[in-house]
Design a protein. Structure first.
Lengths: 204, 204, 204, 204
């Protein structure tokens, strides 16, 4: 099986996820600038964060499948599991927004991110196993420092919100800082993978 | 007519169906973990089931069209009929969820699944007829045991919910077990089809 | 400019239009079979009709662009005008459904169909002009009987609903019969175009 | 990295943005023609304007990427920033519509357009830089008069609405005229770019 249709389907699902989140943003009831800030300010920020996350996943997915020639049933299902986790973003983002960063929604948002990271890791592992000993993806991923750091930071955020946030807002603040931090870490382009992809394509 | 645009269109429709179901999930009114479980627990489970079903159809559709080179008008319309049945999933899933597994919605959900299975079978038959005597799809499908068992299991579920469920919940329980069972049967990858596809592509 | 991205974009828009109409269908408040029939029966029928119409446009669009190699700015904009008309289907379909076939919504639904037919005709004409004297599309379209009959039937429907429907339901009934009739006329595959497309591809 | 997946993903997002705006249009409560005009008239006009804008961006995006062979991480992120700005159109359009052209929503709509124009300019600049000295896109863009005039006109509209509109409607009127004017300017096809694209493809 070639990867083209899997990529097209994933692109479609990711395009929809990234766009329907904006449907959560309802126009403010009033018509002034302060109405906009009060009723949609938080919504816009959470939308921006979730948009960035889906953008990161699309970028990484895009890079990963540049190194994949054929897909098996296992890859199809691991990919669907990743898409399922990402498809819950509009729901968890909406809850965080509506609750104005209440404790539980922030925790669940982190759990959603953690689940997506695990699904991505499983997909990567399934592909590497299938590619065998000299897997180009394994070389590209290398030590996969970002992939290993992210879940630790998510867990730090989740437990901060769970344990510290008794009465105050510090735990939730730490959690949000963790989620934003991981996004920034991933936006910085992964030069190493880019180089390996180029080598791989040139050698084609 | 080549299959590329039919595949792209079907991918688009399936990507939308699989993603908009999550729009049915409204963030809970409260902000606690028990609010989440009570108001969205069943929604998440039905969403997972329907997501899995659409994923199965996408996988099978993907495999099937690997063995198709050209499409006729009949294939286009049989494919649209399948997409129509699948496009009703968000509606029937939403009803099952909102009614907390009431009898009629569970029956209608099963009828929707049965209709999709029949539409898929019709599409498969139209393609095989068009391909003629040495149809590669016919070989790949073979005895089509799964395709023959599924409608029987759906019907078992539908009639269980209809007939047994007088006062108790056992009929609905059997129906749901049937629907989940068919999904599990299909997730197990069909090694046979995979092998024939590979042979077919190698011989290209 | 090649046609691939125009086709991909149009496929995306048509896939969304055909699928979001089902979002208009709200699960019935009650949980019985008669609740389903009373609250969603008409919705399902109008959805089926509009789904069929969008399917017909997709089929014809698909066939038409098989005969087009390059697109100009004029073709891009004529195509966008067609997509705009089709994108209003969920709105007009929703109004027909909600009003239970009231006079004005049925008229506006017909106007929407007429506008889409005119936009399709303009697109076809722009392409034929650009292709010049021996345009393959002009040959394929031929006398374009269906394309000429359809607007006449739409207008008959629109004026029946407007003029006859004073107190009774006959005008609306004729209009709906007209709309359904055009759909049936188009579902029957256009063998002639299929043959010319095949000739064209073989001669490639 | 080739551009095909970036184009497919952008097509998907733009197709969704252009189509979900119509979801903002709710069928009128009444069933008469004047209900339609009063409750949806403005909505239809703003939808048409925003549809045209997204259509213009899709057209320009389409032309631009005809001149791009490979994408870098910077291009991916600049493209996502553009898609983010465009994804806010349904929200700002909805607010303009609901408020019946109140001052602040009209200003914010202009800011949204300005942000999209800037994001497009950044994307163009990132691509030109990456293509180096003899960038085909730089040649195609040339003096980029339209690209330079548009933000000035947007700013004129924004400040007209902000400063003139005290008590009367003239400021908002000027702003809307500015927004419509830019759209008309862009619909007129850019013959120059078309010619360069053709030269470029012929020389391939």
């Amino acid at each position: 099986m070639r990867t083209s249709r899997l990529e097209a389907f994933s692109d479609g699902v990711l395009a929809i996820i990234i766009t329907i989140m904006v449907l959560e943003l309802k126009p403010p009831a009033g018509h002034s600038f302060s109405d906009l800030v009060h009723s949609t300010g938080i919504g816009l920020l959470t939308y921006l964060l979730s948009f960035t996350y889906v953008g990161i996943y699309w970028n990484n997915h895009h890079h990963m499948f540049h190194l994949v020639q054929r897909v098996s049933g296992g890859v199809l299902w691991a990919n669907l599991a990743l898409l399922f986790c990402l498809s819950l973003f509009p729901f968890t983002t909406g809850w965080v927004d509506e609750s104005t960063f209440a404790q539980t929604p922030v925790v669940i948002y982190g759990v959603n991110m953690l689940a997506a990271a695990i699904a991505y890791f499983v997909l990567q592992t399934v592909i590497i196993r299938r590619q065998g000993a000299d897997s180009p993806l394994r070389q590209a991923v290398g030590a996969d420092m970002k992939g290993k750091i992210s879940p630790v930071v998510y867990l730090t955020g989740i437990f901060s919100a769970l344990l510290i946030d008794r009465g105050g807002h510090m735990g939730v603040g730490i959690a949000l800082a963790c989620y934003v931090g991981v996004a920034i870490m991933w936006i910085v382009p992964d030069r190493r993978i880019g180089r390996i992809v180029e080598d791989y394509e040139t050698s084609d």
